[in-house]
Design a protein. Structure first.
Length: 158
């Protein structure tokens, strides 16, 4: 999908890496543009207005400006922070695993509204569910299916 020069989208932050003195490269998963990397300038400064909105596992509304190599985050607003995940180490580790699965299974720029919705639903379930490992098994099977690698479990394949 061709992107306009400045565009707004929802996203879940999958991961982030340091960039220079105060910036970060943020990996986002969006419903319309798929997985993309974007530069967030100055977010590591203590008084940054964007920093808290671009934490890993945050559902955020972002405005991006198209760049030569990487897009730049110009605005961000938290939609859902998934606070219960951050309060419990067990849930947090499972949520980070879910984000890593989506990151690894998704090619750059391949849009998938269904994967985005699956990731959001998984993070919401992980925040509240008693059996978090069951939630992860569902994510794994559904992600395999959406990626075209659904295992045949109904019958023998020889």
């Amino acid at each position: 999908m061709a992107t306009p020069r400045i565009y707004k989208t929802e996203a879940v932050v999958l991961r982030q890496r340091k960039l220079g003195e105060a910036g970060k490269i943020i990996t986002l998963y969006t419903p319309n543009y798929g997985k993309l990397d974007a530069v967030a300038k100055g977010v590591r400064r203590p008084k940054s207005r964007l920093g808290g909105h671009l934490e890993v596992l945050t559902h955020t509304a972002v405005m991006l400006a198209q760049g030569r190599n990487l897009d730049t985050v110009t605005q961000a607003q938290t939609v859902e922070s998934f606070a219960p995940l951050r309060a419990d180490l067990h849930r947090l580790s499972r949520a980070l695993y879910a984000a890593e699965l989506v990151d690894r299974f998704s090619p750059e720029g391949a849009e998938s509204y269904h994967v985005f919705q699956l990731l959001l639903a998984t993070l919401r379930r992980l925040s509240t569910a008693r059996k978090v490992d069951t939630v992860l098994r569902y994510l794994e099977m559904r992600l395999l299916s959406l990626s075209g690698f659904q295992p045949q479990l109904g019958r023998c394949v020889n």
